[in-house]
Design a protein around this ligand. Structure first.
Ligand SMILES: Nc1ncnc2c1ncn2[C@@H]1O[C@H](COP(=O)(O)OP(=O)(O)O)[C@@H](O)[C@H]1O
Ligand SMILES: Nc1ccn([C@@H]2O[C@H](COP(=O)(O)O)[C@@H](O)[C@H]2O)c(=O)n1
Length: 213
C-alpha cells in the first residue's frame, strides 16, 4: 500500500512593521535546520503594479489589506499544501512592484508565512496551523523601521516618517493590532524572546515526529 504524503504544517507569524516577524521566523528556521522548511514573506505577494507610474506606485497605501494579491497567496499556499510546486513572485521595495521573474519553489514539510496582514482575511487565517503575533511597542518599531528602510529599502528619513504617520501607524491600529485576538501565541519583543522561540520549535518538532519526519 502506498504511503499518503502528509499535508505541510503552516506557521503564521504576524505583527506590526518592525516588530521582529522576520527575525522570529528566521530564528525558528535556524533552530529547525536540517528539516524540510521554508519562509514565505507576505510582502512577496504585494499587487503587481508594473502598469503604474512610479509616482502612482509611491502613493499606494502598503499597509491596507487591498495592497496585497491575497487570492494569489492563497492559491499558492493551497498548491503547497497539496504538495505541488509554485512559481513564487519576486518583490522589489525600491521598484514598488514585482519583477517579471518568479522562483520555482518546491513544497516543504513546514512553511513559515510572515507578514503584517496574514490574520486579517479569514480564508488565509484558516490555512494556518499555528498563529503567532509578535508584539512590540510603536516607538521601538518606528526606530527599527527608520534604520532598516534607510539602509535596506532605499528610503529617506523624511519619507519613512511621512509614510509612518499617514499610513503605517493608522493602518496598524485599524487592521493589524485587532488581529492579535486570533493568535495562539503572543510574543513580546520578537527575536530576543528565546523562550517563545524554543516553545515554538519544540511544538513543531513534536508535530513532525508524530508524522514520522
Ligand atoms: N529584539 C530585537 N532587538 C533589536 N533589534 C531587532 C530585534 N528584532 C528585530 N530587530 C531589528 O529590527 C529590524 C526589523 O526587524 P524585522 O525582524 O525585519 O521586523 P519585521 O519583519 O516585523 O518588519 C531589523 O533590522 C532587525 O534586525
Ligand atoms: N513598496 C513597499 C511595500 C511595503 N512597504 C512597507 O513594508 C511594510 C511591511 O514589511 P515589514 O517587513 O516591515 O513587515 C509595510 O508596513 C509597508 O508600509 C513599503 O514601505 N513599500
Amino acid at each position: 500500500m502506498s504511503e499518503t504524503k502528509k499535508r505541510p504544517l503552516i506557521i503564521g507569524v504576524t505583527g506590526g512593521s518592525g516588530s521582529g516577524k522576520t527575525t522570529v521566523s528566521q530564528a525558528i528556521y535556524d533552530e529547525l535546520a536540517g528539516k524540510s522548511i521554508m519562509i514565505i514573506a507576505q510582502d512577496t505577494y504585494y499587487n503587481d503594479q508594473a502598469q503604474m507610474t512610479m509616482a502612482q506606485r509611491k502613493a499606494v497605501n502598503y499597509d491596507h489589506p487591498l495592497a496585497f494579491d491575497t487570492d494569489l497567496l492563497i492559491s499558492d499556499l493551497k498548491k503547497l499544501l497539496n504538495n505541488e510546486s509554485i512559481e513564487m513572485p519576486v518583490y522589489s521595495y525600491s521598484e514598488f512592484t514585482r519583477s517579471n521573474k518568479t522562483v520555482r519553489t518546491e513544497p516543504r514539510d513546514v512553511i513559515i508565512l510572515e507578514g503584517i496582514l496574514i490574520l486579517d482575511d479569514p480564508r488565509l487565517r484558516d490555512l494556518l496551523d499555528i498563529k503567532v503575533f509578535v508584539d512590540t511597542d510603536d516607538d521601538i518599531r518606528i526606530i527599527r523601521r527608520i534604520q532598516r528602510d534607510m539602509v535596506e529599502r532605499g528610503r529617506s528619513l523624511q519619507s519613512v516618517i511621512d509614510q509612518y504617520l499617514t499610513t503605517v501607524k493608522p493602518m496598524y491600529h485599524q487592521f493589524i493590532e485587532p488581529t492579535k485576538r486570533y493568535a495562539d501565541i503572543i510574543v513580546p519583543e520578537g527575536g530576543e524572546n528565546t523562550v517563545a522561540i524554543d516553545l515554538l520549535t519544540t511544538k513543531v518538532r513534536d508535530i513532525l515526529a508524530h508524522h514520522g519526519k
